[in-house]
Design a protein around this ligand. Structure first.
Ligand code: PLP
Length: 366
């Protein structure tokens, strides 16, 4: 049986060497006579996995010591709720910059208990661009400014000529949802108060979420909350207040080791740039057969939504691409059309195969 090139937006394709290693270690992890997922999370074996994973992630992403790293459950959506509970005092404003579906979700999570100010909104423009920084209306005394580094559905990413565009919001801590672009290129973590990301796109499997927090923020009182919603308590409990998702954490660890062995985030930045450039070029040179409507400067390197000029061809495109071993290209129901998610683990050969399929399909149906 051969593996397809899988363009799923998340859970997403994993590196083959990671899957092979997990398979080889499935019945007997490192000679202990059991799978890692059958052992106590507090035993020496899993503690080794947990500590190595954190150390490796710190190396991979150059996370400074004054940042805590948590491995939590609940996905990115739970973190969207927890950030306001932990870091905004009752009545304090929080600022939200919305550039797509997930930014809207983030704002909705906090409206029950803080004032969430819509500082900038790309929705009137159909989420095809990032509102210019000088149009943002930030609040005085905001607890933080939140934005989504890469909008997975709309394919909109904060970019600048040098790579990632980290907005300047002065002294207010910048909080960012990096679910679909974490570790896809070098990033200056020190510019952020909080970064969070579900692992299921660029870091490995679903079921574990990475939260990176500047430690001084943990001294904030925030809102009244149960211990299980408290980041300080999670840190003190080494991300083990719940029985942690050990299998997912272990797979994340293998994926991070694989990324380090491949050359780290600098290498993935180059691969990701080449992959996305090839796809956008295929779309832009199709004479309108395919189109992507996102402003060029804000086009995502990770998720490339595109439309066929005639939506009556969508079913044939999906059927033929699947038959050609290119799977999960159907666009999100919010947008329709197609979407190719090309995270770190998508090989360049996969994007090359997709680009030539697209050209071939156009010739046959154009
Ligand atoms: C950018 C972004 N934020 C948040 C989420 C929600 O993540 P989760 O399902 O892990 O809660 C997603 C899921 O695709 C996402 O892409």
């Amino acid at each position: 049986m051969s593996r397809a090139f899988n363009f799923s937006p998340g859970p997403a394709t994993l590196p083959e060497p990671v899957l092979q290693q997990a398979q080889a270690e499935m019945l007997d992890w490192h000679g202990v006579g059991a799978s890692i997922v059958e052992l106590s999370h507090r035993g020496p074996e899993f503690m080794q996995v947990a500590h190595e994973t954190e150390a490796d992630l710190r190396t991979l992403m150059a996370i400074p010591d004054d940042y805590a790293v948590l491995f939590l459950q609940g996905g990115a959506t739970v973190q969207q709720a927890l950030i306001a509970l932990n870091f905004a005092d009752p009545g304090q404003a929080t600022d939200y910059v919305i550039t797509g579906h997930w930014g809207k979700t983030a704002l909705k999570q906090v409206t029950p208990y803080v004032h969430a100010n819509l500082a900038a909104d790309g929705e009137p423009g159909g989420f095809r661009d990032i509102p210019a920084r000088n149009s943002w209306r930030l609040s005085d005394g905001a607890a933080y400014v939140h934005y989504t580094a890469n909008e997975t559905i709309h394919g909109v990413e904060f970019r600048s000529a040098n790579g990632c565009d980290i907005p300047d919001v002065g002294d207010v801590p910048l909080f960012a949802d990096f679910s679909s672009s974490i570790a896809s290129e070098p990033l200056d973590i020190s510019r952020f108060g909080v970064i969070y990301a579900g692992a299921q796109k660029n870091l490995g499997p679903v079921g574990v979420t990475v939260v990176i927090i500047r430690r001084d923020l943990l001294e904030r009182a925030g809102q009244p909350r149960a211990g299980i919603f408290d980041y300080r308590a999670h840190l003190k409990g080494e991300s083990m207040l719940n029985t942690p998702p050990t299998w997912n954490w272990y797979l994340l660890g293998l994926t991070v080791k694989w990324m380090l062995a491949e050359g780290g985030v600098a290498e993935f930045a180059q691969r990701n740039a080449r992959k996305s450039a090839l796809l956008y070029d295929t779309i832009d040179t199709s004479g309108g057969f395919y189109c992507n409507e996102v402003a060029t400067a804000a086009r995502s390197r990770m998720n490339v939504p595109f439309f066929l000029h005639d939506s009556a061809l969508d079913a044939a495109f999906l059927q033929e691409s699947t038959a050609a071993g290119l799977i999960s290209l159907k666009g999100h129901r919010v947008l329709g059309g197609m979407r190719a998610s090309i995270y770190n683990a998508m090989p360049e050969a996969g994007v090359q195969a997709l680009a030539s399929f697209m050209r071939d399909f156009q010739q046959r149906h154009g």
